[in-house]
Design a protein around this ligand. Structure first.
Ligand code: PFF
Length: 444
């Protein structure tokens, strides 16, 4: 079963690689606008609960399936339970969904690239909020600009996957992710001192639970899965590289804490600026592109060059964070085409570029297609696939095998003590909660 397989060298390497896939546009672009569309602080509370109670067990499950099978998303479950085509079908969905996500993910990657180029020209210095908002609306409503940027972003990412030069970009992301972290903290200081920012802070810290309904819970869970790259086989694939000695629970908790912190900090950097600029918090996918440049514009009042430099580094770091996530999305498809159809890496990349690029053009030109695809993937398919994974670990795999992976065959005393709780979450709490959220919101 195990064969000769590349492994991650250390716990830090595991957490960094998984955090690299997890941290991306989901934290910086998607989280703030989800918070804005679904009730502010109450959504954040739901998101925290979803991550601790449901995403963590799903994360542990995916790493368990990957490490036990030593296979990628498509074949992992059929390797552990051969001869049952249903698990092959689930594996196939776990390949298709990331490719659908990749199509519109690269559209946002393209917007970030566009704003990076504008930062090079110091475009945001001393702009008023309405000028900032109109930059985004002009860019996104132009017919060719977002399409060219989307194809450029996807082209660079696919080129990196095709030429196996991921190591370079991964090294780069080791610098750019901490830089982004640092910049977000700097931006929080600027953002909260903007006139009118206090309303944004209140919005983030004062939950109004009357706003919470079943739909909010579904969106919070979908966001948590999306952000941790769950429910689409990416973590199963990473799990297949995790060393036998590694502690799955600690790696999962480490990644989740990292990812949560990043998203919440992004919320605190962006929401006060949204209120200060008088933008509607439920403005949708354009939210960060309409609000963040306003922070840079106010930074530039005294020393314009600082504002231009910070906005350049910020968008560069976002483009790199998005690229590391995008690369892991493309890689799922490349591994599948290689395993199943023996297609070379380069041919697979060309095919995926045409398919995802084409669908991305439609998303770029038709906001309704973009919204429907994001809704369908994040709030329906991720939940359906996560449900299948926990059912597989809870009911198809032998309990002893799951125990062996989670406790490292008894070598991790804390995990031995926690095992029954974790297993109960995997076998009962997670499937029932995910099914109830799915059925009540989207099927009934
Ligand atoms: N988790 C990434 C983000 O938050 O931007 C998105 C993502 C990347 C999802 C890679 C899935 C994946 F395989």
């Amino acid at each position: 079963m195990s064969g000769k397989k590349e492994r991650f060298g250390s716990r830090t390497a595991v957490i960094m690689a998984m955090a690299g896939s997890a941290i991306g546009l989901g934290n910086i672009w998607r989280f703030p606008y989800m918070v804005g569309e679904h009730g502010g602080a109450a959504f954040i509370v739901m998101y925290l609960l979803a991550t601790l109670l449901l995403s963590l067990p799903v994360f542990i499950t995916e790493v368990t399936i990957g490490r036990r099978s030593r296979k990628g998303a498509f074949s992992a479950m059929s390797e552990l339970h051969p001869g049952h085509s249903i698990w092959e079908f689930v594996g196939l969905l776990a390949v298709i969904v990331p490719l659908l996500i990749n199509s519109y993910y690269c559209v946002i990657g393209g917007w970030s690239l566009d704003f990076l180029l504008r930062s090079c020209a110091a475009s945001f210095v001393r702009m008023s909020p309405s000028e900032v908002t109109s930059v985004f609306s002009q860019m996104s409503s132009s017919r060719w600009e977002p399409v060219v940027m989307h194809l450029s972003f996807m082209g660079i990412s696919t080129f990196i996957v095709a030429h196996g030069v991921k190591a370079g970009i991964e090294k780069f992301s080791k610098i750019s992710i901490p830089a982004l972290f640092f910049l977000i903290i700097v931006m929080i200081f600027y953002s909260v001192t903007l006139p009118g920012a206090s309303e944004g802070l209140k919005y983030l810290v004062k939950p109004d639970f009357s706003q919470v309904n079943g739909e909010t819970m579904a969106y919070a869970l979908g966001q948590s899965f999306y952000s941790l790259s769950l429910g689409m086989g990416a973590i199963i694939t990473y799990g297949s590289y995790v060393h036998k000695e590694e502690d799955i629970v600690v790696s999962g908790a480490g990644t989740a804490v990292f990812d949560l912190t990043f998203a919440i900090l992004a919320g605190f950097a962006i929401m006060p600026a949204v209120f200060a600029a008088g933008i509607e918090p439920g403005a949708g996918p354009g939210l960060i592109f309409q609000s963040v440049p306003y922070i840079f514009s106010s930074m530039g009042e005294e020393v314009p060059v600082i504002s231009a430099a910070v906005s350049f580094i910020f968008f560069l770091a976002i483009v790199v964070a998005a690229m590391t996530s995008c690369i892991s999305l493309i890689e799922v498809g490349v591994t599948f085409l290689g395993e199943k159809f023996n297609l070379s890496r380069k041919k697979s990349c060309c095919l995926l570029f045409v398919l995802c690029g084409g669908l991305g053009i439609v998303c770029s030109l038709q906001p309704s297609v973009f919204d429907s695809l994001d809704w369908f993937c994040s709030n329906v398919m991720l939940l359906v696939l996560a449900f299948c994974f926990v059912v597989f670990a809870g009911f198809v795999m032998k309990k002893e095998d799951v125990r062996e992976e989670i406790t490292n065959a008894g070598a991790k005393p804390l995990n031995v003590r926690l095992f029954n709780v974790i297993y109960f979450q995997i076998k009962w709490i997670a499937p029932i909660a995910i099914a109830v959220i799915l059925v009540t919101n989207f099927i009934l």
